[in-house]
Design a protein around this ligand. Sequence first.
Ligand SMILES: NC(=O)c1ccc[n+]([C@@H]2O[C@H](COP(=O)([O-])OP(=O)(O)OC[C@H]3O[C@@H](n4cnc5c(N)ncnc54)[C@H](O)[C@@H]3O)[C@@H](O)[C@H]2O)c1
Ligand SMILES: *[C@@H]1O[C@H](CO)[C@@H](O)[C@H](O)[C@H]1NC(C)=O
Ligand SMILES: *[C@@H]1O[C@H](CO)[C@@H](O)[C@H](O)[C@H]1NC(C)=O
Ligand SMILES: CC(=O)N[C@H]1CO[C@H](CO)[C@@H](O)[C@@H]1O
Length: 334
Amino acid sequence: MSAEPIRVLVTGAAGQIAYSLLYSIAKGDVFGKDQPIILILLDIPPMLPVLDGVVMELQDCALPLLKEVIPTDKVEVAFKDIDAAILVGSMPRKEGMERKDLLKANVAIFKTQGAALDKYAKKTVKVLVVGNPANTNCLIASKSAPSIPKENFSCLTRLDHNRACSQVAMRCGVSSDQVKNVIIWGNHSSTQYPDVHHAKVNLQGAETEAYQAIKDDAWLRGDFISTVQQRGAAVIKARKLSSAMSAAKAICDHMRDIWFGTKEGEFVSMGVYASGNSYNIPEDLIYSFPVQIKNSTWKVVDGLPVNDFSRAKMDATAAELVEERDTALDFLSQ
Ligand SMILES: NC(=O)c1ccc[n+]([C@@H]2O[C@H](COP(=O)([O-])OP(=O)(O)OC[C@H]3O[C@@H](n4cnc5c(N)ncnc54)[C@H](O)[C@@H]3O)[C@@H](O)[C@H]2O)c1
Ligand SMILES: *[C@@H]1O[C@H](CO)[C@@H](O)[C@H](O)[C@H]1NC(C)=O
Ligand SMILES: *[C@@H]1O[C@H](CO)[C@@H](O)[C@H](O)[C@H]1NC(C)=O
Ligand SMILES: CC(=O)N[C@H]1CO[C@H](CO)[C@@H](O)[C@@H]1O
């Protein structure tokens, strides 16, 4: 174990997603079982006492890969020389808060953090935005960090992807690793489009189109889509808290794929910068696409056939993002 430690930043580190996430990262699930890690934990000043508790627990895990833990409320400390940034913290919606005010507060946070990436991080840093509105926050961070390639920014739709995979697997009575190439298109919201037109299910050794394997088009075009779209709300209703364990797992899947690449012949869903895509998605958006990753470089899987049903849903979620982007860019320029 002679490799140099990498510096990994997690923001919102005193929150509930981080509580599941930090352990997985520190024990090697994301960057590899022989990659030493320095974890940097950023949260806001009132959360520093909580953060101290998290640091104590990480120490008490006695993990060999974890070389150092640095808790902080200062961006200049947090973003210094980092190799990876997982931006989980954002402004939550409070009782009676207008949508525009919420967006404005998040633009301010991701403008600051983007500028800090630009100034302090390694130029090769890989940035994953989780805090909502994830797509637009990611776009703002990227625009605020002009010296870092746009390709190095992505936002999390892997949770939605994993939910879709799992719904299909349960319906077919197979384990989730027997399902591949589901797609989440668009925004991480209830307008997202979970699409299984290109998904494959391994049924007793035979690779089968999901539509053939399930043989229930009404379910696939109805309840399947709404279940995935509404899953976050269903978890909140049941747990009185939002998805955290599954969100942390999805973050690990996403970042591990960026680090090590996707499996041959498979694609995953990620919110990435839409430019020159073959699906006529407006440019200058962070939109969730099917991607393949090799050698730390993602490529949108281009040229998949899109039927009218899919087209309408892909456009609807794009329209939502365009509107949100335009409002956010107004705030950014103020
Ligand atoms: N993209 C996705 O799939 C997905 C899934 C689940 C949750 N989320 C989002 O992830 C975010 C975090 O969820 P959670 O359940 O951990 O919330 P949480 O409220 O438990 O924790 C959020 C933490 O972020 C901190 N924070 C707020 N502003 C900050 C800032 N400017 N810098 C650093 N830290 C800051 C808070 O103090 C808090 O400790 C939320 O925005 C949630 O909506 C996204
Ligand atoms: C896009 O999705 C995010 C994350 O769920 C949500 O907060 C935001 O409101 C959505 N955008 C619009 C314009 O509805
Ligand atoms: C991998 O990417 C780096 C730059 O990011 C490049 O220099 C190198 O040639 C690439 N290797 C392969 C095998 O494509
Ligand atoms: C996905 C990703 O992070 N890509 C690139 C980030 O930037 C460096 C150059 O600064 C590239 O080498 C990575 O491939």
